[in-house]
Design a protein around this ligand. Structure first.
Ligand SMILES: Cc1cc2nc3c(=O)[nH]c(=O)nc-3n(C[C@H](O)[C@H](O)[C@H](O)COP(=O)(O)OP(=O)(O)OC[C@H]3O[C@@H](n4cnc5c(N)ncnc54)[C@H](O)[C@@H]3O)c2cc1C
Length: 503
């Protein structure tokens, strides 16, 4: 990571929080901010995708290749492009707002086979960790709003799952943030204290600064501190599928294996826009871009604004010494000295298999490889990327007591890994609102590798805007809003290759 050695405490132009006195960096957004090739983009890769653990579990589910009607409708009130958690939730809230309007969701490949169907399965609201970065980039008020919004998003997701009895392996429990050396612990403490001093809500976070206690609580040998608060893990495809099935029952038309190739303005006819796909065209009044990482392929004004980047997730089957009553009982964010993070989802309420996401140190080399081979920016066909998996292995062996000495039988241990494509936002926060200069075209994208803690409020927020309500009605931080000024500012910075506030 470029600024890993930086000693500047300034944050507006760096990718993480660095205190002057220490060489460590606390960059919880997972190397997501590593400056990418400013123009790269692409449509979803066709064929050869790696199968995530979530997608492997649902191979006989007919929703994967569902088409509500054999033929693509010729017209609709709204076309939602993308069937990930964002597009699916936008369709849900649109239906609730306008039950009589016709909604078509087009999806380039299998249902929910983008980032949502291949992430690490964590819905972990940031409750302090990025505060200093957001504060430096956007000011104290916005930074506090972002923390509060993440908590509200997590609550909304959990309520939905519970109220609707969604079968998606939901776990609710303590997530642990564990700095792995003294420098990172020092930064973490400073960020936490600053957030608290400025009135941030921290009474639900239990903090342990004693390394021995932290190691005991977290079961991570080299823990130097431990921050615990409530978060969730889940099977993201199953959650999204539940919402989409309900949408379909209420009238949404889902068209999988349908690539939107362009959106053009109609100068004649009753509908303002035409969505051209590889299977025909749909005339409509409203378009929603729920295309996340791929947004710029369809909407060129977003080139360099939303940039695709492959990320890896590793699946690890615990040995018997880490199973049964000894199974891991918390999820984690392990904060590494070089700015990386292991995001660990041990599927506590399900099969106990560990998902390692986040940005482990090997991700940096993968990023550099993608920079040299930009055609791979949308490659979600990667698997067994050794530079990434080796880092997971090393971390586990150095930190999970007894793991190294465990006797592994067939079916235990490191299984495989897959890639998914995150949508980097040029300024680190999502874009929610109307596309500048394109009335009737809306976007909710650029979730910066953290969409599970954002979309359950961002998607309904977008629908409120579509309904003519003011931004305040969304309850979202103002910095998430797509405005002409924000887009122009980022485009200008892009053209001039100027560094912009990136969190
Ligand atoms: C490996 C990995 C691990 C992650 N781990 C976590 C985590 O633990 N917690 C967390 O909060 N976030 C995590 N994320 C990020 C999170 O998954 C995303 O932020 C979130 O899923 C975004 O949802 P979405 O619906 O906006 O995008 P997506 O799920 O990517 O959906 C967009 C959809 O649009 C479709 N599409 C795009 N263009 C077109 C087109 N032209 N025509 C038709 N269809 C199109 C795509 O095929 C795709 O299905 C992770 C991401 C990855 C890759």
């Amino acid at each position: 990571m470029k600024e890993a050695d930086s000693r500047s405490p300034q944050i507006g132009s760096v990718t993480g929080v660095t205190l002057p006195a220490v060489p460590a960096i606390l960059n919880a957004d997972d190397y997501a901010s590593a400056p990418p090739d400013h123009q790269r983009t692409g449509f979803p890769k066709q064929g050869g995708q790696s199968l995530s653990y979530w997608l492997q579990q649902v191979r006989s589910d007919t929703l994967l290749d569902h088409r509500t009607t054999n033929e693509l409708p010729l017209e609709a009130d709204v076309v939602v492009i993308g069937s990930g958690i964002t597009g699916t939730l936008v369709a849900k809230h649109h239906l609730e707002t306008w039950p009589n309007k016709t909604v078509v969701v087009v999806e380039a490949r299998e249902f929910c086979s983008g980032a949502t169907g291949r992430n690490a399965g964590h819905c972990k609201p940031d409750q302090w960790r990025h505060f200093a970065k957001f504060e430096a980039a956007y000011g104290e008020e916005q930074a506090i709003k972002i923390m509060n919004n993440e908590a509200a998003t997590w609550r909304a997701l959990v309520s939905y799952v519970k109220e609707n009895n969604v079968d998606c392996d939901l776990w609710v429990g303590d997530t642990l943030d564990v700095p792995l050396n003294d420098d990172v612990a020092k930064i973490a403490r400073e960020v936490f204290e600053r957030y608290k001093d400025l009135g941030g809500k921290v009474d639900h976070i239990s903090v342990t600064h004693d390394p021995a206690d932290a190691a005991r609580i977290s079961r991570i040998k080299n823990a130097r501190a431990c921050y615990a608060w409530h978060a969730s893990t889940l099977q993201p495809w199953k959650l999204t599928a539940h919402v989409m099935r309900d949408n379909i029952a209420k009238g949404v038309n889902l068209q999988t294996y349908t690539v939107a190739k362009s959106v053009i303005e109609n100068t004649t006819g009753v509908h303002k826009w035409t969505v051209n796909t590889d299977r025909g065209s749909i005339a409509c009044d409203t378009v929603v871009h729920a295309t996340n990482a791929y947004s710029a392929a369809l909407e060129p004004s977003l080139k360099g604004i939303i940039t695709p980047k492959p990320h890896m997730c590793n699946k690890v089957v615990p040995p018997r010494s880490y199973s049964g009553s000894n199974a891991i009982k918390n999820s984690y964010g392990v904060l590494l000295p070089n700015g990386g993070i292991f995001s660990i989802n041990p599927r506590c309420s399900a099969d106990g298999i560990l998902m390692f996401g986040g940005s482990n140190p090997g991700q940096q080399q993968l990023d550099e490889w993608v920079e040299r081979h930009p055609e791979n920016c949308i490659n979600d066909g990667l698997s067994r990327v050794d530079i990434v998996t080796e880092q997971v292995r090393r971390f586990i062996e150095e930190n999970f007591e007894g793991w190294e000495d465990a006797e592994f039988g067939p079916g235990e241990g490191f299984d495989y890994s897959w890639s998914g494509i995150i949508g980097l936002s040029a300024d680190g926060v999502p874009f929610v609102g109307e596309l500048p200069g394109k009335p009737g075209q809306w976007i909710c994208a650029g979730h910066h590798g953290h969409g599970m803690a954002r979309t359950f409020t961002a998607a309904p927020g977008l629908v409120k805007l579509m309904h003519g309500q003011p931004w305040a009605a969304t309850g979202l931080p103002e910095v998430y809003q797509m405005t002409p000024e924000r887009l122009q500012r980022l485009q200008k910075a892009n053209q001039e290759m100027v560094k912009i506030a990136t969190v």
